[in-house]
Design a binder for this molecule. Structure first.
Ligand SMILES: NC(=O)c1ccc[n+]([C@@H]2O[C@H](COP(=O)([O-])OP(=O)(O)OC[C@H]3O[C@@H](n4cnc5c(N)ncnc54)[C@H](OP(=O)(O)O)[C@@H]3O)[C@@H](O)[C@H]2O)c1
Length: 273
């Protein structure tokens, strides 16, 4: 092979993971919103068959039963799949019931990660967080985290319980990049997880297009690889097999430090630093 040739996706090596309470969390996850019913079941089955090992759902997506049908039908053992679900904040006070319903719909005895979907009423949700920690102690969830939380609300959870979320899932693409926020998460041991990494991005941006062209890859690949370079988990959705495969293979694209810096520089927050 020509030394300058772009490596084939098959040459990407093992899928990247992060250590989450001793359990490996895949850094490329399959998002299931807004799919429901048979479409969601088929998509999750396809995603598992092409190699995804993290499935992201939520009570609010109303597709947990459809995801559960795929988990029941797949040949991939449950222990090899990392299942994330989320409690909507309107379920504050009904945490255990919500979790039991999620587990029943998913057909699982536990989930790997349970998130507070967003801050309840803009507050940290300390009472919910205590329930989350109890569920973790009881083994119903392997890890607990939050979604769409600013630093100060994460600190409030820690101040009251001594426990930081394992994960904070937020919208995170080049336009959202905020090195101060990323560093705050890292210092607290909170894994940053990107939702909507593609949908939130200006895929026609000339800087991204130039990097993509030079690497002979798509702009979407560049966006996903940029997140992975920063050790940010990505949750990405497609209903189409070939796109699922492309997104998974983006992990095989190694960007240079210069290219990563160029993408970093696209956000207003990075520029303001
Ligand atoms: N925690 C939260 O508050 C929150 C909020 C939003 C989303 N999420 C999670 O994050 C997941 C992903 O976010 P998202 O669905 O908003 O955005 P996304 O994954 O960034 O983008 C999805 C869109 O991109 C298209 N797409 C994906 N791969 C493609 C490819 N290789 N080529 C061309 N088009 C491609 C998909 O279309 P096709 O399906 O037609 O391919 C879909 O329209 C969701 O499914 C959900 O699990 C969480």
């Amino acid at each position: 092979m020509d030394g300058n040739a772009t490596p084939l996706p098959e040459a990407a090596g093992p899928a990247p993971t992060a250590d989450l309470n001793g359990r490996a969390m895949p850094l490329v996850g399959f998002g299931t919103h807004p799919m429901r019913g048979d479409q969601a079941t088929e998509a999750v089955l396809t995603a598992l068959s092409v190699g995804y090992r993290l499935v992201d759902t939520a009570t609010r997506y109303r597709n947990e039963a459809a995801v559960g049908a795929a988990l029941a039908a797949t040949e991939v053992p449950r222990a090899d799949v990392f299942v994330t679900t989320k409690m909507p904040p309107d379920q504050v006070g009904r945490e255990r019931l919500t979790l039991e319903r999620s587990l029943a719909a998913l057909g699982c005895g536990y989930v790997d990660l349970w998130l507070i979907h967003w801050p309840p009423g803009g507050y940290p949700g300390v009472a919910s967080w205590r329930e989350f920690l109890r569920a973790r102690e009881e083994g119903l969830v392997r890890a607990v985290g939050v979604s769409n939380y600013p630093v100060e609300l994460i600190d409030a959870l820690h101040a009251e319980t001594g426990v930081y979320p394992a994960v904070n899932q937020v919208q995170w693409g080049p336009g959202d990049y905020d090195p101060t926020f990323a560093e705050a998460m890292r210092r607290r041991g909170v894994l940053l997880s990107a939702h909507s990494p593609l949908r939130s991005t200006d895929l026609d941006h000339p800087v991204l297009m130039e990097i993509a062209r030079r690497n002979k890859r798509s702009v979407r690949d560049v966006v996903l690889a940029w997140n992975l370079h920063h050790r940010v988990a990505v949750t990405v959705k497609s209903a189409r097999r070939e796109r699922m495969e492309q997104n998974l293979a983006a992990a095989g694209l190694a960007l240079t430090a210069t290219d990563v810096e160029a993408v970093d520089g696209l956000s207003a927050a990075a520029g303001a630093r």
